[in-house]
Design a protein. Sequence first.
Length: 177
Amino acid sequence: MRTKFKAWTKPYIEEHQEVMVSLPYFQDVKDLFALEIGSGKGQFLVDMAKKFPHKEFVGIERNVTCAGISAKKLVDEKINNAKLAYENADAVLDSLKDNSVNNIFLNFSDPWPKKRHEKRRLTAPSYLEKYFRVLKKCGRLLIKTDNVDLFHFTLENMANTSFIFVNLTENYIDLDD
């Protein structure tokens, strides 16, 4: 479901740069605990930052309304160990050094259901190659989806990569966060 545009979000982002990072930040990253691609409204980012207060988190969101809502949550909750990038994931991934990220989270990504949009899916081969490059040797790519077609698309593409499946389930209701 698309988020309705909220005019206050862009000015809010501009006023609260303390919770924001831009592309130059990523060029210097050497040991990022977690990168969430497609942070949406930021609840996962906030929850993880609270759960692991000594770890560094960065969320990427390209939708200005969602980015603004996420930034507001980070400010309101006084989260110091998480930042937000109002950027395109491609640009961020291209800016990161090899072997610089411990965990990448893809939570309920846009499934881009039309065949002609497959390359836009965050589990398309081009993205998987980038994830593998930026993840540390024992890094993890964690994916959650409720879209069966995206799930199968992801499995097919993962089979052609160097990734090793550690845990795979079609029903994660009983799994820990």
